[in-house]
Structure formats: structure tokens, C-alpha cells
Design a protein around this ligand. Structure first.
Ligand SMILES: O=C[C@H](O)[C@H](O)[C@H](O)COP(=O)(O)O
Length: 230
């Protein structure tokens, strides 16, 4: 099966868990986009939900496909959020998210959710976070160079994310520093250390937040639940 089919398979399985009347967090990224479409199909068949989007682009997609949207101000308690991830650490199911630039709103919605279901293809599974790619860190544009130096003192090589020759701007108007730390042995400790840096808005480390991870690969679907870190 090609990658998109695997993503769609995981997305459809997650949307099966949505019940009538739920407030549903709508994730961001290519896998989450399949979940939005699958949810919209169920809405067209009569399912009643309120969607809480984690990005402007997800909001546009959801509205275009007929999902009614709300805000966290109206619905501070989210029943279920379905979102993707860039890396999933086997065992405790800590995540790296943010390669799509939506980590801040995703983390806020995830924290307001009773359940966070992550949907991935099997290529996202790692032994250690940081094995495949960088850790995105959302930072204030003011003094970002000093913030980058502080991140490098933690061991990460910080690169300002660019788009069309300009600094990439998140929905919140911030910059993103893609930080290569290499394999991260203790993600919770690193997350806490990054959070203490003035200028950091949020990191893409989601530790202890996933309720389950739905993984699609050639052999079918597997639902992982968190277990203690080895
Ligand atoms: O900022 C974007 C989000 O964290 C995405 O969920 C994550 O990057 C995974 O995206 P994709 O499903 O496209 O690999």
C-alpha cells in the first residue's frame, strides 16, 4: 500500500471512535487531513459534532467539507482530538510534532482533550525521538537569535525555518527553530529545559499526552497504548 493509503487507513480507524454529540479536536498535517475528510463523511450521514481546528488550514478544510466549528472559548473541554505526529517513541509514546508548523495550537487543543488519538503510518515509529528529524520549537521573533543560542547550549543545532525566502510564520505569528538534538534519551527533561528558555513559546515535544497511537502498515492496523519508558 502507498503511504497515503496507510495514512487514510489509520485516519478512518480513528474516526470510528467519534460519537454523536462529541467536541472533536481536528489535527493538522497530511494524515490528520484524511481524518477530517473521514469525519466529514460521517457528518454528511448525520453525525453531530463540533470541530475544534488546530490550524487555519484545518479550519478551512473542515468548513469546506461541512464540519461545524467551535472555539475553545465555547468548548473548553474537548472529548477527543485526532492528530498526526512526526515521530512516535515506542513504549511511552512520546511524540515530536510541528513539522507542519501547527504545534502550538495542537498542544493547546491536545491539553484540553479528554483523549488524544495519534494517527501515523509505521515510518513514524522510532526507538528514540529525534532519530529521524529535528525538534520544532516555536519562538518569539524578537531576539530569536539569542533563543537559538540558548537552545544550542542544550545541545541542539537550531535552524530558522524559512518559506519562500522569508522566515516561516506560524498561525500565531511566531518563528520556528528546527533543532537537531539527535536521539533524545529523556524527552520530558528536555521539554522542561526548553520551556525555561525566555523567548520559547512552545516545543514540539508532546510527552505523556497521547492516549493511543493508531499505526497503519502493510500488515494492517495496530493500536498502541503508552507503557512505561524502558
Ligand atoms: O505541525 C504539524 C503537525 O504536528 C503534524 O501532525 C505532523 O507534522 C505530522 O504531519 P503528517 O501527518 O503530514 O506527517
Amino acid at each position: 500500500m502507498d503511504l497515503n493509503t496507510l495514512k487514510q487507513t489509520a485516519a478512518r480507524r480513528a474516526v470510528e471512535d467519534v460519537e454523536d454529540g462529541m467536541v472533536v479536536g481536528l489535527g493538522t498535517g497530511s494524515t490528520a487531513a484524511f481524518a477530517v475528510s473521514a469525519l466529514a463523511e460521517r457528518v454528511r450521514l448525520g453525525l453531530r459534532v463540533v470541530g475544534i481546528p488546530t490550524s487555519e488550514r484545518t479550519a478551512r478544510q473542515a468548513e469546506a467539507e461541512g464540519i461545524g466549528l467551535g472555539t475553545l472559548a465555547e468548548y473548553p473541554r474537548v472529548d477527543l482530538t485526532i492528530d498526526g505526529a512526526d515521530e512516535v517513541a515506542l513504549g511511552e509514546l512520546a511524540l515530536i510534532k510541528g513539522l507542519g508548523g501547527a504545534l502550538l495550537r495542537e498542544k493547546i487543543v491536545a491539553a484540553a482533550s479528554e483523549r488524544l488519538i495519534i494517527i501515523v503510518d509505521a515510518t513514524k515509529l522510532v526507538e528514540r525521538l529525534g532519530s529521524h528529524g529535528p525538534l520544532p520549537v516555536e519562538v518569539a521573533p524578537f531576539g530569536w537569535q539569542a533563543t537559538a543560542r540558548a537552545l544550542e547550549r542544550l545541545g541542539g543545532q537550531a535552524n530558522l525555518r524559512a518559506q519562500e525566502g522569508q522566515a516561516f510564520l506560524t498561525d500565531g505569528g511566531h518563528y520556528i527553530l528546527d533543532c537537531r538534538f539527535g536521539p533524545i534519551a529523556r524527552p520530558a527533561e528536555l521539554e522542561a529545559a526548553i520551556d525555561r528558555i525566555p523567548g520559547v513559546v512552545e516545543s514540539g515535544l508532546f510527552v505523556g499526552m497521547a492516549s493511543a497511537v493508531i499505526v497503519a502498515d502493510e500488515g494492517g492496523i495496530e493500536v498502541l497504548t503508552p507503557s512505561a519508558a524502558p
